[in-house]
Structures are given as C-alpha cells and as structure tokens.
Design a protein around this ligand. Structure first.
Ligand SMILES: [Zn+2]
Length: 264
C-alpha cells in the first residue's frame, strides 16, 4: 500500500515503510488485505509518532500466512516447535508467520502481535520482555474501521491482574521490570502471568497523554543507552516524579478501576 501517502497526511513519519503480505496456498480477499495493511501501518505510526521511536530506515518485513495450521506447522523454514504457537516472528528471515485461523479477528491478533516484534527488533534489537511483549499484547487487541483503529482492553488479562492485585500476589514492578528473558519464562510458566502484567502496564501507560509520554521516554532512554545498560526501574526513579513507587501506586489504582478503548 502507499504508506507514504499516509505518512504525508500525518506529516511526521517520513521514512517509508513497506511490508509484504504473502498468503500461502490460498487467495486473500482484498478487504482482508487492506485491513491487515491498515493495522500494521498503524502500529508503525503509533510507535513513531506517539512513542517517538523514529525509524531511520525502512523497517520492512514479510508476513507469511498459510492457508491452514498443518501447512503452517510444516513450513520447512520455521522453528521446530512453531506448531505449538499460533504464530512467530523469525528475526533470521525477517518474517512474521501464521495461518488463516478460524476467523479474521484471531488471525489479526497474531499478525499485530508479531508485527510489533518485527518493528521493535528492527529498530531496537533486544529489549526487556515486559516492553516487547507488553506492546505486542497491547496491539493485538486492535480492531480496524476503515483507516482508523480501536485498541480494546484485554478482558482476560485484566481479570487475571485484578485478581492478583486483590489477593496481594502481583509481582512488584521493581522485580517485574528487571526480569531477564529466563526470569520472564519462569514467572510466566503455566499461568501467563508475565504477559497479563505486561499488557496491563502498557495499556495503563497508553491510557493518558502523560503515560504515553513516559512510555516514549522509557523507549528512547533504552534506545540511547542500549539494552545492557537500560533499567526501567532506574529510569523511572530518576525521571518520574515520586519514582517507580509513585507510578506503581497509580498503576495499582488503575488496575482496580474501569478500562477504556483507545482510538487512533
Ligand atoms: Zn510475543
């Protein structure tokens, strides 16, 4: 699609963004293709103009969509356990891979989730899992209306986090933000608690202009200092009034309150 035209309209993002959608073993109808294009372009736009993550090069990648789960699982270029997941992003091949699923909404969930991983990988490389997965979980709740999108709260994750806050078992943000990839896997084991908390934190931050600016600041600090030196907790303690503790208090209050959808 002509992403440049979209960019010109928003007047901020000038670097072109091209990506290729490859349906494998079936013909994708034009309406579906346009919706996928709008959704993925919108992620690029939100990362760029809302969160200040400027793309200096075209972060192009491929989205390969198989006709069914069997052909997806049998894709020779995929990782060995790909069949256990609903989709994945392969940095080596720079492609997001999934299959048609039983309905468009489920397919779009996977594509938006993996498209965020592709863009984050292109622009930042390795990033803390709470940030990478939180953004992906946030974007996968996207619904497309023409050239606009709505990002809904994730009701399931919302209930999980609410329950853990109520019974006092939620992981304190200071521990959570510092989780390594391995720590994340352990925390997430069987329960998906790590994903639920990541979604909650990102949806919370994206709910207000101040929160969005703060998330942008965290991302740009990470970009400046590099993943090895970056600490979300240290950045918040230094640059947020009241530090991480104040942010945690606000987040916990938000968790127990109503959630709203975001319009872009
Ligand atoms: Zn993911």
């Amino acid at each position: 699609m002509d992403v440049q035209a979209l960019s010109d309209r928003y007047g901020e993002e000038k670097t072109p963004f091209s990506f290729e959608i490859i349906p494998v073993g079936y013909d994708m109808d034009p309406e579906t293709r346009v919706k996928v294009e709008v959704a993925v372009s919108k992620i690029h736009e939100i990362l760029g103009s809302r969160l200040g993550l400027k793309f200096r090069r075209d972060p192009s990648f491929t989205i390969r969509i198989f006709k069914d789960k069997e052909s997806y699982a049998g894709y020779r270029e995929g990782p060995p356990l790909a069949g256990l997941a609903s989709g994945y992003y392969s940095p080596a091949r720079n492609e997001a891979v999934t299959w048609r699923h039983h309905n468009f909404e489920k397919m779009l969930e996977v594509i938006t989730h993996e498209a965020n991983h592709a863009l984050i990988h292109h622009r930042l490389g390795e990033v803390p899992p709470w940030l990478n997965e939180g953004l992906s979980e946030y974007f996968e709740r996207m619904e497309v209306f023409g050239q606009a999108v709505v990002i809904h709260p994730n009701e399931q994750w919302d209930q999980v986090v609410k329950q853990k806050v109520r019974d006092g078992s939620i992981k304190p943000l200071r521990d959570y933000l510092g989780l390594s990839q391995q720590g994340w896997q352990i925390h997430n084991f069987r329960t998906n608690d790590a994903y639920a908390q990541a979604w909650s934190l990102i949806h919370f931050l994206m709910s207000t202009p101040d929160g969005t600016r703060l998330l942008g600041h965290l991302i740009n600090t990470l970009d400046r200092v590099g993943a090895q030196a970056f600490s979300g907790a240290a950045t918040l303690d230094a640059d947020y009034e009241g530090g991480l503790d104040a942010l945690e208090t606000r987040w916990l209050a938000w968790v127990l309150g109503p959630k709203r959808s975001h319009y872009y």
